[in-house]
Design a protein around this ligand. Structure first.
Ligand code: ADP
Length: 591
């Protein structure tokens, strides 16, 4: 029994229906039909009048007709509010009592016609009245039949009075008619039993469907809340990881620059490798949380499939030859309508997996133009994916056969990102695989209309090392002492003259002591005591003039990402790749 059910006895509920919500629906159904069918009562009264008034006379007929009309009228008035489920739900027991009492009273009054009229009627008129009463009993199946106990008692009241009236007449065939009437009454109750079962099944199904729907809605809400909580957790975790990682990457870059002996260089290289894989994990987490938070907005453009495939092919050829695999590409000269960067990320993820999991044979990347779409597929001769795994591999952190979570075997996030990206881009993702023979991951993208446009290659940083940063005056604002120290070391090793502060107040103090200006401000986004790096840069610019500035943040919360984007200031995510940082600084110093 659910929380909102009211304990009801089997007698109350009719046919053993102990579930209050179902009983309430049943009661409402019966009351609605009983009131609607009351319209037939005056017609029946009139028909009986036509048949009986000549023999019975007006006074006796009028007394019966008036009390019958009054009984049905009062019943309809009393039951009327019960046509609404909410009213019945307030007190179902009261409505059961009212329904039974009013039905029994109107049954006794109406069914008294044979008793009152038979003594004055000819046998043929008695037969006619019997037929009309039988019709009433039959008609009542439609209104009361949904509640078997109610109908059986109502039909019983009519039939018992009718049978007794026949037996009292002492007619030759009275007992035979009485037996026929008894049989008729039982058959009618049998019909009603079927009818009420059907109605109850219908009501129960409807009720169960409603219950199921509300359970589904509740489950969906729960899942959405859990998803939001997970994204929040990921964003927070990735922020907290980014801080120390950022500092570490600064130190490791500085270490690499300074290591002169081979052993130290080897250690620095290993540290860099470890950092790269950790950074890849944090980046994937950031990708997922950004996608879940709706912070990625695709910008659809015309994309050349040929250029896209050629670019990926060129990038992965060295990896193919290193693994002794073939890499064939068939670049079709067609165009699709999609976000170029996000589409490329999808395909690179798929090609990456194909090479990672294939050890014999090779990988094929091809495009197949259809009438309105282009299918781009990545086919490999790898181990294939068993049918039972084909859905699960798209879940976060799910990996087939890597229970020890060996990092070198990946993170289990690639396909989770691919699925989110394809959903975001509104493109279909298909997977076909034969275990032991290989897999094909494919996307179906809408074809572009109109003239081809040259594809924009993804921005590649120019070789930053040829240019120098020597002498550049850089102000670093970060509340993390380790990051400040790391920046001092790294930027110092590039020849910059660096001053590092924890926040605006500290910068002000330093400026009071030495008012020489800066060529660049590098500020953390979230500083101590709710200080915001963007705001700090604005305040400093008000004092120092339009100094170029760069914001670096470990924050991945979508509203903060948007705020940073809206500020118009260049923005980098922690941990920043050292090459990228150098490139950005150079760009900002000499635009
Ligand atoms: P990762 O590759 O980092 O483990 P993914 O989310 O990209 O994470 O992939 C999830 C799992 O799907 C992998 O562990 C791998 O078992 C399986 N998988 C993905 N691509 C392929 C492929 N081309 N061939 C065989 N298995 C694959």
């Amino acid at each position: 029994m659910t929380e909102h059910s009211v304990p009801v006895s089997a007698a109350d509920a009719g046919e053993g229906v102990g579930h209050a919500p179902v009983l309430i629906h049943q009661l409402c159904f019966v009351i609605q039909h009983a009131i609607r069918n009351s319209i037939a009562v005056p017609i029946v009264i009139a028909v009986i009048g036509v048949a009986c008034i000549p023999s019975v006379g007006w006074p006796r007929y009028t007394a019966w007709a008036a009390s019958t009309l009054a009984a049905f009228g009062i019943r309809a008035l009393l039951l009327r509010p019960g046509m609404r489920i909410s009213v019945i739900a307030e007190n179902p027991r009261r409505w059961i009592k009212l329904l039974f009492a009013s039905t029994w009273i109107s049954g006794i009054i109406t069914g008294s016609a044979p008793f009152l009229f038979f003594p004055a009627l000819e046998p043929i008129e008695q037969m006619f009245l019997t037929m009309i009463i039988c019709c009433m009993v039959t008609g009542a199946t439609a209104s009361l039949g949904a509640h078997l106990v109610l109908y059986a008692s109502y039909a019983g009241i009519f039939m018992v009075q009718l049978i007794l009236a026949w037996l009292i007449t002492g007619n030759a065939h009275a007992s035979f008619v009485a037996i026929l009437l008894l049989l008729y009454g039982l058959i009618m109750i049998g019909f009603a039993a079927n009818f009420s079962r059907e109605v109850m099944t219908g009501v129960t199904i409807r009720f169960e469907n409603q219950e199921l729907m509300s359970q589904l809605v509740a489950a969906r809400r729960e899942a959405e809340a859990a998803n939001a909580a997970k994204s929040q957790f990921l964003a927070a975790a990735s922020h907290d990881l980014r801080q120390p990682l950022h500092a570490l990457s600064l130190y490791s870059a500085a270490l690499k620059l300074r290591s002169t002996d081979p052993a130290s260089a080897e250690i620095a290289a290993r540290i860099n490798e470890a950092l790269e894989s950790t950074t890849a994990l944090v980046d994937s987490l950031l990708d997922i949380s950004k996608l879940d938070a709706g912070a990625v907005r695709p910008e659809s453009r015309r994309v050349s499939v040929k250029a896209l495939i050629e670019r990926i092919h060129a990038d992965y050829l060295p990896i193919a030859s290193e693994k002794g695999l073939s890499f064939r590409a068939s670049p079709e000269d067609v165009h699709v309508e999609s976000d170029p960067a996000l589409l490329e990320q999808v395909l690179r993820n798929l090609v990456d997996n194909a090479f990672k999991y294939t050890s014999v044979g090779g990988v094929t990347l091809y495009a197949k133009p259809e009438e309105h779409t282009v299918r781009i597929a990545v086919e490999d001769t790898g181990p294939g994916i068993h049918e039972s795994e084909r859905e699960r591999i798209f879940q976060e952190f799910y990996q087939v056969g890597n229970p020890e979570r060996d990092r070198t075997q990946g993170l289990g996030l690639g396909l989770a990102i691919v699925r989110r990206l394809t959903r975001l881009l509104g493109i279909e993702l298909h997977l076909e695989s034969v275990p032991g023979r290989g897999s094909t991951f494919a996307v179906t993208i809408p074809r572009a209309a109109g003239e081809p446009v040259a594809p924009k290659a993804l921005a590649q940083p120019a070789d930053a090392r040829e240019r120098t940063l020597a002498g550049a005056r850089v102000l670093v604002i970060d509340d993390e002492p380790s990051v400040r120290a790391g920046m001092l070391t790294l930027l110092g090793s590039w020849g910059c003259r660096v001053r590092a502060c924890g926040g605006y107040d500290e910068v002000q103090q330093q400026l009071d002591d030495d008012a020489s200006g800066f060529d660049l401000i590098i500020a953390d986004f979230r500083l101590r005591q709710n200080e915001n790096g963007i705001e700090t840069v604005r305040r400093l610019r008000a004092r120092l003039g339009p100094v170029p500035a760069l914001i670096i943040s470990g924050d991945t919360a979508p509203e903060r990402l948007r705020e940073a984007k809206d500020s118009g200031l260049p923005f980098l995510h922690k941990p920043v790749s050292v090459d990228m940082l150098r490139q950005r600084i150079l760009d900002l110093l000499r635009p």
